[in-house]
Write a protein that binds this ligand. Sequence first.
Ligand SMILES: [Zn+2]
Length: 454
Amino acid sequence: MRVRSTRPAAIIAVLIAALAASIAPVAPVVATAVAATDFGTPIARSTFGEAIVFSQPLTIERGVERVEILVETPGALGPFVSTVEFDAVAGQTTLSHRIDLADGSVSPNTRFTARWRVIHQDGTTDLGPPTSVTYADTRFDWRTRTGDVVRVHWYEGNDEFGARALAVGEAAVEEAADLLGVELADPVDFFVYADADPFYDALGPASRENVGGRAIPETRTMFARITPDAINDAWVGTVIPHELVHLVFDTAVDNPYHYPAHWLDEGLAVYLSEGYTDSDRGAVERAAADGTLIPLDGLIGQFPTSRERFFLAYSVSASAVDFLVRTWGRDALVGLVRSYADGVSDDEAFEAAIGIDTTAFDRAWRDELGAVEPIAYGPRPAPAGPLPPGWDEDPVGSPDPGAPSGGPSPTTAPGGAPSGGGDGPGIGLVLAVVAFVVAGIGAGLLVADRRRRS
Ligand SMILES: [Zn+2]
């Protein structure tokens, strides 16, 4: 699973909340006659599960309009600026700013950098020195093993455990980076949790229970839950590469305009970490035969949440990547992925790489499978309800004789209320209730599911 959108949004939310909690300066003192602002050494302190607190001693010798803190996090478009309450009297003080992280919306290994800005009443501005702190999970005594690109951190298990996790990770990064022709300049941190609860704490709220790993491209961090006795299990050899492929993919496609379809990202991760397996093939062929195949345009964003559709989405994604490689070759796949770095749309990327747009590709893939035309889901027009008395008359002076009669025209039914009879909310409400119940059952199954994919 990749969660590109989660963290910056979450961080912004946290910062907005923190703005409200900005702490007033401590005890301003009388000024002396020196110009500008004298910044002391800034301090940043992180407490896992609680907060990050920045503080800045300074002496201000001119009238102050306002004081701001500029906080930057990886992947953000720029610093998040908060106004910090400040006594207008110039002098010595220590400013403090708290960012509350108790809600778990920021994942460990996120680095915060802050600097303070003083805007004087005469319009001049002084910018203080930066200070940084990494929001780290300090609940464990992490051991670290460093490879060429990957740094593995684990707290349970011996040296062999760390060595094995590092070897799998390094090989996966090398293979994916070679294929996509990218070089990972910065290291990737890989945190291995042995316990479920701390692992889900690290992933943050709303994480799915069947997630075995997660990559966060912005912080170049990956989390996985692997107990020491499972390190040689086959799934470890796929979950680690799967997540690392996401990090490499993110590096390859990085641009500020458009992120590729989710199925391409997940399809590549599955295809490179485990291939198009018989299990995935079976699921796709069954769905193609019974009309339940998910078209690719249904997998551009988040995958379905029900257990069956969730796993089918991965199988479909791997199938589409396999089809692309078999039909146009690996070089076309690589060209397609890399072209996204130019900020192209999906159709532009597909047309340049394989000569057809995404709709035609979707059609060609389904044609090869001999797929039954899928049932269209999604929003539909609501069924017509009962009309108030008099509303079924054709409105006078209607400009469109073809328009459905009986619309709620103010000229024909001023203040008209729905009639007391009829079937009320009717079938729409029933369907909504049924959908809600089905979704609930799906979520329950998801919780019980022990398969892992992310
Ligand atoms: Zn994934």
